[in-house]
Design a protein around this ligand. Structure first.
Ligand SMILES: [Zn+2]
Length: 423
């Protein structure tokens, strides 16, 4: 029998478990857990969270398209009540792609389909996803290290949208929906006032917030922190995020929310302060101090996103794309600049060798620049590619975040392919 997930969550938060956080985020068994009277969570990517009120069901989030049939079966196994309402906490494909089996079930039974409710900004999001499906396929292949991943172009649009707040009634109970920008511009957090249950969507994910993501559209660190503090003020007794384990106990919930807010506020406020002094982006990312005490919390490890990337997104939110380096305003073509640098250094291989020599000393960032110049100057050179693969493998090993590992890993694969091709 699997351990009670609320006991496990208590142990992690109370410092009595060393469960690796990557396991917590991604590798829990795909099962449904009852976590209260009429309350359950299917641990999946992302979680599906059914609520039974009266003789109907509400779902907070519906999960991804691949797990949709299994998620549907797990929930049906727990309760046969018809689905009346489904809330998409946001339009990411791990949350808003699970309605297929539910709609099919209603159609087969001759019942009206469930009412899907979401924030109004989900509609332009879905349009953007269809417009940029190729791009989204490529960046998500890199982010998640899944080379074959393709991006969907068709979405189950909500039946009802709202702008700032909405109260929905299902099975005689009230469900509060509150909008806040954070990981996305279309986020909804959900509160059940009678049961004192809070669903933050992806505004809490058991690790450093996905507020920096190098390959994705703008995130909103400041609004996100405000939302976390608004949620903390609800004094919820059960907290069910869309990734990872639920949390019980008002004190544990409040602490987790306030700590996460404090991390975002620290990064945001330091970045704005440096921008107001006229610092370049490069200065800003090397000057902001990361609050190490907060990163030590079991729910703030930088395993998915990382603080340096959040700083960049704060810059992007308030600043333009110009980073303060005048040479970057109208840059040369990468290969032209790389060949010039390589010729000064004695050739692409000399540059690559210097990159390799820097590796043992641990200066991965400079090694990465030199290896990349060597590669851009001589993209078919096997030795250059061998060293470039070694350099980015070291970067990948040093990185804590899945996002950094994914981008470095793509460069490693690219150079290994050239090296193996024998050109
Ligand atoms: Zn998610």
């Amino acid at each position: 029998m699997t351990q009670d997930i609320l006991d496990l969550s208590d142990e992690i938060l109370d410092g009595k478990s060393n469960l690796p956080m990557t396991g917590l985020l991604l590798n829990q068994p795909h099962e449904l857990h009852e976590i209260g009277d009429g309350l359950a969570v299917v641990l999946a990517f992302g979680n599906v969270m059914p609520v039974r009120t009266g003789n109907t069901l509400t779902l907070v989030d519906t999960g991804n398209i691949f797990q949709a049939p299994a998620n549907h079966g797990l929930v049906k196994n727990w309760s046969d009540a018809p689905l009346e309402v489904a809330v998409f906490t946001h339009g990411h494909v791990d949350h808003a792609m699970g309605m297929g089996p539910w709609d099919a079930e209603a159609d087969a039974a001759g019942r009206p389909r469930a009412r899907v409710v979401a924030h109004e900004a989900i509609l332009p999001r879905f349009e953007r996803y269809a417009l940029t499906a190729g791009w989204n396929g490529i960046i998500n292949q890199r982010q998640f290290s899944i080379p074959g991943l393709t991006w969907p172009t068709e979405y189950r649009t909500p039946d009802e949208t709202y702008r700032s707040d909405l109260v929905v009634e299902a099975g005689g109970s009230l469900i509060e929906l509150h909008h806040a920008r954070g990981e996305t511009d279309d986020h909804t957090w959900v509160f059940l006032p009678e049961q004192k249950v809070l669903y933050p969507g992806d505004l809490f994910i058991w690790c450093v917030p996905n507020a920096g993501n190098p390959q994705k559209v703008q995130r909103y660190a400041k609004d996100w922190a405000v939302a976390l503090r608004d949620m903390a003020a609800k004094d919820a007794e059960l907290f069910v995020p869309s990734h990872g384990l639920p949390i019980r106990g008002a004190d544990r919930i409040r602490t987790a929310l306030v700590d996460t807010a404090a991390l975002l506020e620290s990064l945001h406020d330091q970045t704005v302060e440096l921008m107001n002094q006229g610092c370049s982006l490069n200065d800003v990312i090397h000057t902001v101090e990361i609050p190490a005490d907060l990163l030590d919390k079991p729910y703030l490890t930088p395993i998915y996103d990382e603080p340096e990337f959040i700083v960049r997104n704060v810059w992007r939110f308030y600043g333009g794309w110009h980073d303060g380096n005048p040479a970057h305003l109208k840059p040369a073509r990468d290969p032209d600049l790389a060949r010039e640098i390589a010729s000064l250094a004695g050739g692409p291989q000399a540059l690559a060798e210097r990159a390799a020599a820097l590796l043992p000393a641990g200066d991965r960032r400079i090694a990465a620049h030199l290896a990349e110049f060597a590669f851009r100057a001589a993209p078919d050179d096997r030795k250059v590619n061998r060293i470039r693969a070694e350099v980015f493998t070291a970067c990948q090993e040093d990185a804590t975040s899945l996002m950094a590992k994914g981008i470095y890993g793509a460069a490693v694969r690219e150079s290994r392919e050239v090296e193996a091709s024998g050109r």
